[in-house]
Ligand binder design. Structure first.
Ligand code: ADP
Ligand code: MG
Length: 238
């Protein structure tokens, strides 16, 4: 389990400032949702936290460790993407176990963790199937399973449900809520779906143009948006 601290976090691509000084405190076990217009820097922030992008300036702490320079595999975070990025030539079992194999986790321990994740995500019956033999929802479950087996302290979700149809999205949303309850991990979740944000979040972070516009509980943001920009994002009456 881990808290997360961002202090004046910045990211430049060349001369373009994409993240312009973000401060944020995420408590251990908190479910935080990032919302904001396309291009405001949500994915970049997640990628910095996971270590897929390096930090240009500022400080990034996970628990009590400054992780700016820590390699991705050693940060205790796992990321789930919008495109499931499963290995097409590996079955569900091997897709979920792949990262553990790379990290040289011994076979029996790998089996145990895959079985545990499969049970949690109701994938037990699908372990021998290949990605092409799965529905969209099942694929997304495998992608989540692949993140779970690493026993991360922090889960990062980047619009994980946007490729699913509306009905499945509602279903997966409650599965993710249940998973969070069960595992108690810290979660950072990016979505452009208002309902998803309002129902899942302990805390919503509204981002705009590389900066935090407002942070608060769904209720606080709904009832007391700082401005019209936030109101529009949260869907509160203007
Ligand atoms: P969001 O996820 O909120 O839609 P992104 O974090 O993907 O936004 O992108 C934020 C901004 O950073 C965009 O203007 C995007 O074009 C830019 N950007 C993202 N990645 C790169 C990159 N590797 N090189 C240059 N610009 C990038
Ligand atoms: Mg994005």
């Amino acid at each position: 389990m881990s808290s997360l601290t961002l202090r004046n976090l910045q990211k430049r691509f060349g001369r373009v400032e994409v993240i312009r000084g973000v401060d944020l405190d995420v408590a251990d076990g908190e479910f935080v949702v990032f919302v904001g217009p396309s291009g405001c820097g949500k994915s970049t922030l997640l990628r910095m936290i996971s270590g897929l992008e390096d930090v240009t300036d500022g400080e990034l702490r996970i628990g009590d460790r400054v992780v700016n320079e820590v390699q991705p595999a050693k940060r205790g975070v796992a990321m789930v993407f919008q495109s499931y990025a499963l290995y097409p030539h590996l079955n569900v079992r091997d897709n979920m176990g792949f990262g553990l194999k790379v990290r040289k986790v011994p076979g029996p321990e790998r089996e145990r963790r895959v079985a545990e994740a499969a049970a949690l995500l109701k994938l037990d019956a699908l372990l021998e199937r290949f990605p092409r033999e799965l529905s969209g929802g099942q694929r997304q479950r495998v992608a989540i399973g692949r993140a779970i087996v690493g026993h991360p302290d922090v889960f990062l979700f980047d619009e994980p449900l946007s490729n699913l149809d509306a009905e499945l999205r509602v279903h997966m949303r409650s599965e993710i809520a249940a998973l969070h309850k069960r595992l108690g991990n810290t979660m950072i979740y990016v979505t452009h779906d208002q309902v998803e944000a309002m129902t899942l979040a302990d805390k919503i972070v509204v981002l705009r143009d590389g900066l935090v516009e407002q942070v608060g509980s769904p209720r606080e943001l709904y009832e007391r948006p700082d401005n019209i920009f936030v109101a529009q994002f949260i869907g509160s009456p203007k």
